[in-house]
Every structure is written in structure tokens, then in C-alpha cells.
Design a binder for this molecule. Structure first.
Ligand code: FNR
Length: 359
């Protein structure tokens, strides 16, 4: 483990540890995978305007999201089927989240049930919701999440239909078990149908989901609601008007609409219209502490980490997840020091320069 010096190195270790079908499922994006690559490349086009001669002997990275304390503004994004990466599945990830004092967003599509994850550790957990055509099933799952002590519902809105992930089609990726829904409705799909994930999604997801349904979700839960999958100022405003408690700027890690913009390039337009009324978070392509800093400088309250967490889990189990989060935290701490910021409150828009500003 000591030989691993950055988060990117876990990708190759995961590739070696996993059957090709599973590695491709975790790592892949939609169609030409342009957005997948662009998420990362867009970060590399932002440069720093570091300040000097600031006392940075003590750095405080801590923050709060919806009132819950985090050791750093780095959370765990919802990703499905951790059981394909490691036998302990999401329970290993959740224990690592607790050890790192961060928040884990548990996917609807988890391999362990949401109750198993809850009883495995005392990490603060949010529950990610995909709304199904069977609304009664979705409502039941939300109520179970509430009972199991989840602190917020993260409604993912960028999957009315599953994006075209060509590696999964080629590999005839199996439909993973959806343990949260066992006994609630049949999630069986024909094994020969190309991507089993796609077959499963088209059987279950409600493509009619629309803004009015936020009211429905409000009516069935008292938990705060975050909307995940916003990429424009228009939708950010609608989200605020709908009364949600937070926005996650996300293109689903480039797995849905290819040629969606890199999330870091649209963060500011969202932040601009939200005007601080609710927290704006971001995910997609965050691989370095410098990326975390850039997202905060452009107005995010925190970032979420998707693939690196799964790679860490596949390569080294819960210890791998911890190492991923700790490496990002250490890099972020160093970035704060080298930019002349002692706390995350000291980060300003002037600490970074986007590509347009450099022309
Ligand atoms: C995801 N993502 C996702 N999002 C969601 O809301 N529910 C889910 O079940 C999943 N499942 C999932 C599986 C896998 C294998 C990946 C890679 C991603 C999207 C995820 O929450 C997040 O938006 C991206 O992963 C962030 O980009 P990075 O960090 O992977 O670049």
C-alpha cells in the first residue's frame, strides 16, 4: 500500500484485480466517452493564482454539509454494485467513510441492502434514489432509508433512460442483483440481452419523472432532498424554486449523455443563479486535491468521488477506500497551504484562473 502515491494508481490495480466485465462496467462511459475524459481534462485547464506569505502552520479543512460535519469537503458518490468489487460490498466502503469522517451516499443499486450498510457503521449516510415506474416500491424504499437513519435523499435525475455504454453491451454485462428491491418486484432480465444493466434499467426506471414529482417526493419524506444531475442555470433555478435542499452538479461521470459538458466548466453558472440559497456540490473527474480546491474556488461546497472509491475497494477493500480518501485529503491540505489558505473559508474565486481568463 505504501507504494501507492496517488489516486490514479488505483485504477490499474483495480484493472488487475477485477474480471474484465466488471472493470469495464466501473471504468466505462457513454458512447465516445468524450465527457468521461473531458471531466478530468477540464480540471487540468484551470490554473492557480497562489498567494504567499500567509501563515499556514495550521490548516483546517473541516466543513459541514446540511449541518453534518466532515473532516474535509470530500464525500463518497453513489455508485452501484460494490459487491462486484469486493465481497463485503458497501459495508466495507461505509466503514471506510466512517473512519475518514466523511459522508457516503449509498446507491439504490447497492449490493448490500440499505439496512445492512446502516448497521455496519455509524457513518453519516445519504440515500440515493432512482425513481421507478413502480412508485409504491420507490416510496417504500425511501421510508426504509428514513427508518435506517439515512440523513438525506439524493434524487438522481439524469437517468430517464440508461446511457449507451458500449463496453457493457459488448461484454453482455450481467444485470447486478438489486438487493434493496428483493421481493418488491421482479428485477429478472433475460441473460442474453446485451447489457443486462440496460435491460434492468429499462424495466425499472420511470422515464416520465418530471419537476412535479419533487412535490411527490416531498410528500413522502421529511428528509432533506438533494438533486443530482444538474448541468444548467435553467435547471438550477428550477431546483431552487422546487424547494430542494441542495444541488449536485453531475453528468453521472460521463456515463449518460456523451458530450455533456465537463462538470467543472458549468459549476459557476449554477452557483451564480443559486446565490448561496442552497449548497451546490460537484462530481466528475475529481482525482487530485488540486481538483477539490478548484471546485471550491468556483463555488462548490464539497465534491463527491465516484470511480476512485470503487477502484480502491476492488484493489484493497476498505483499506483501499480509506487510502483514496486520505490521499485526496492530504493533497487538498497541501494545496491549501501552497495557495496561501489556512481554512477552506479562505479560498476565493481569485485563487484560480479558468481558460477564458487566460486568453
Ligand atoms: C455511478 N454513478 C451513479 N450515480 C447515481 O446517482 N446512482 C448510481 O447508482 C450510480 N452508479 C454508478 C456506478 C458506477 C460504476 C459509476 C462509475 C458511477 C455516478 C456517480 O455517482 C458519479 O456521478 C460519478 O461516478 C462521478 O464521476 P467520477 O468521480 O467517477 O469521475
Amino acid at each position: 500500500m505504501d507504494q501507492i502515491v496517488n489516486v490514479n494508481e488505483f485504477q490499474e490495480l483495480a484493472r488487475q484485480a477485477l474480471p474484465k466485465m466488471y472493470y469495464d462496467f466501473y471504468s466505462g462511459g457513454a458512447e465516445d466517452q468524450h465527457t468521461l475524459k473531458e471531466n478530468m481534462e477540464a480540471f487540468s485547464r484551470i490554473m492557480f493564482r497562489p498567494r504567499v506569505l500567509v501563515d499556514v502552520t495550521k490548516i483546517d479543512m473541516s466543513t459541514r454539509i446540511l449541518g453534518y460535519p466532515l473532516s474535509a469537503p470530500i464525500m463518497i458518490a453513489p455508485t452501484g454494485s460494490h459487491g462486484l468489487a469486493h465481497p463485503e460490498g458497501e459495508t466495507a466502503t461505509a466503514k471506510a467513510a466512517a473512519a475518514c469522517n466523511t459522508i457516503m451516499i449509498v446507491s439504490s443499486m447497492s449490493s448490500c441492502t440499505l439496512e445492512e450498510v446502516a448497521s455496519s457503521c455509524n457513518a453519516v449516510r445519504f440515500f440515493q434514489l432512482y425513481v421507478f415506474e413502480r412508485r409504491d416500491v420507490s416510496a417504500q424504499v425511501v421510508r426504509r432509508a428514513e427508518r435506517a437513519g439515512y440523513k438525506a435523499i439524493v434524487l438522481t435525475v439524469d437517468v430517464p433512460k440508461l446511457g449507451r455504454r458500449e463496453a457493457d453491451i459488448k461484454n453482455k454485462m450481467i444485470a447486478p442483483k438489486l438487493r434493496n428491491f428483493e421481493g418488491l418486484f421482479s428485477t429478472k432480465v433475460k441473460p442474453s440481452d446485451g447489457s443486462g444493466v440496460e435491460a434492468l434499467a429499462s424495466r425499472a426506471l420511470d422515464a416520465s419523472l418530471n419537476w412535479k414529482d419533487i412535490e411527490w417526493l416531498r410528500s413522502i419524506t421529511k428528509l432533506p432532498i438533494l438533486i443530482k444531475g444538474i448541468l444548467t442555470r435553467e435547471d438550477a433555478l428550477k431546483a431552487v424554486e422546487a424547494g430542494v435542499d441542495g444541488i449536485i452538479v453531475s453528468n453521472h461521470g460521463g456515463r449518460q449523455l456523451d458530450y455533456s459538458p465537463a462538470t467543472i466548466t458549468v459549476l459557476e453558472e449554477v452557483v451564480h443563479v443559486v446565490k448561496g440559497r442552497i449548497p451546490v456540490l460537484l462530481d466528475g473527474g475529481v482525482r487530485r486535491g488540486t481538483d477539490v480546491f478548484k471546485a471550491l474556488a468556483l463555488g462548490a461546497k464539497a465534491v463527491l468521488i465516484g470511480r476512485p472509491v470503487v477502484y480502491g475497494l476492488a484493489a484493497k477493500g476498505g483499506d483501499g477506500v480509506m487510502k483514496v480518501i486520505e490521499m485526496l485529503k492530504n493533497e487538498f491540505e497541501l494545496t491549501l497551504a501552497l495557495s496561501g489558505c489556512a481554512t477552506i473559508g479562505d479560498i476565493t474565486r481569485n485563487h484560480v484562473k479558468t481558460e477564458d481568463e487566460r486568453l
